[in-house]
Design a binder for this molecule. Structure first.
Ligand code: HEM
Length: 358
């Protein structure tokens, strides 16, 4: 399934590198955070809806709708914590705005599903087609109605776009802060990707240091740092009584920076620590849970890893990166985090790319 979108990913990454080449030839800076968000959004659009939908493509600005809508997830709602104060959310307008954005998104996705029903493709060509064929499968033992399909599509957009884009912007941030890691990665990429200008998916699979670079980015900057669960029964944990029905929040961000687990340099970006470390992100070890764990483990791990590796390898092989020197003379990107449910950079990564291969 992940493999089947290889051509699509390579095409979209070529478009990104083309925009970067243009910036190189005019010596101008680029908003890399925005470009990465466009990349992940366009890819998810093509996979789920069959084509791109953004302002430039003459369609609805779905990227903006999703961003605004997911911005609400990180907001404080009085009603969630003190139900009797839910009226405050109504008065300050947050409730209404959230419903408005959600309605727009629902209407748009509903029209997309209808378009696919009307087209009646014989062979599924995208994710909506696949969901419709499951819906029509008479042998299945569950119901899948229109609202379920819309919810699944929303899940893909909310969970798949900002998370992967944020993981990429943080990894680029750390690489720019650690030129020795950037150099080591460039050397690995150049030793494996020797034939073509662009790096391919087959090539990135052989890159061990690239894997560590991404793992270390996920450790320090998990894009979904708080995992929530509802306890189903009364339990006692380390002397604490947790009643059934309690919402428990697991702080993956803190776990992954804990010196008693990761050593005295836990706060430092050091991809080498993952060499020979038998600890992966598949949710089997509570020390490292950037994709969660258990039954709700992120189903997009394979997809996001292959996209992140391919994007990063191409950005690093084809370009060198420089930051505009700030008033304080600092030429390294900062590590300031935005508040909200997805921890992305607070300030976009504005950088100057230069071509490695002229
Ligand atoms: C670097 C990229 C990503 C990160 C860090 C990430 C992280 C997470 C985390 C922490 C969770 C919650 C897991 C839990 O509670 O145990 C989650 C859930 C989820 N993710 Fe991802 N994710 C990423 C990419 C993706 C992609 C690309 C997709 C799909 C295209 C995706 C789809 C989902 C879905 C549907 C869920 C909800 C699963 C459920 O509730 O059963 N994610 N993700």
């Amino acid at each position: 399934m992940v493999r089947s979108f290889e051509n699509l990913r390579e095409e979209e990454i070529k478009l990104l590198t083309k925009r970067l080449e243009e910036a190189c030839s005019s010596s101008s800076s680029v908003n890399l955070s925005k470009l990465l968000m466009t990349l992940t959004n366009d890819i998810i659009c093509r996979i789920t809806l069959g084509r791109k939908y953004n302002i430039e493509e003459g369609g609805i600005d779905i990227k903006n709708l999703v961003m605004t809508s997911s911005g609400f997830f990180g907001k404080f709602f009085f009603g969630d914590f003190i139900p009797s104060l839910a009226w405050i959310d109504k008065i300050n307008g947050v409730d209404g705005k959230m419903k408005d954005i959600n309605n727009k998104l629902d209407c748009f996705l509903d029209s997309m599903v209808q378009e696919h029903v009307d087209a009646d493709h014989k062979e599924p060509s995208d994710f909506i087609d696949m969901l419709l064929s499951i819906q029509n499968d008479k042998t299945k033992r569950f119901e899948l109605d229109r609202s379920d399909i819309i919810l699944i599509l929303k899940d893909m957009f909310f969970s798949g776009t900002a998370t992967t884009a944020s993981q990429l912007e943080w990894t680029m941030t750390e690489l720019m802060r650690h030129p020795e890691c950037m150099k080591k990665l460039q050397d690995e990429i150049n030793s494996i990707s020797t034939h073509n200008l662009n790096v391919t998916e087959k090539e990135v699979e052989k890159m061990d240091y690239l894997h560590c670079v991404i793992k270390e980015g996920l450790r320090l900057h998990p894009s979904g740092p708080l995992l929530t669960r509802l306890s189903t029964e009364d339990v006692q944990l380390k002397g604490y009584d947790i009643a059934a029905g309690t919402q428990v929040i697991i702080n993956a961000w803190a776990l992954q920076r804990n010196p008693s687990i990761w050593g005295h340099d836990a706060e430092e970006y050091r991809p080498e620590r993952h060499f020979g470390l038998n600890l992966d992100f598949n949710g089997t070890d509570s020390k490292f849970v950037p994709f969660g764990a258990g039954r709700r483990l992120c189903p997009g791990i394979g997809f996001s890893m292959v996209l992140s590796k391919l994007t990063l390898a191409n950005l690093v092989k084809r370009f060198t990166w420089r930051l505009e020197v700030g008033p304080g003379g600092d030429d390294k990107p900062d590590l300031v985090e935005a508040s909200g449910i997805d921890v992305c950079r607070k300030f976009p990564l504005i950088v100057f790319p230069s071509l490695v291969h002229a």
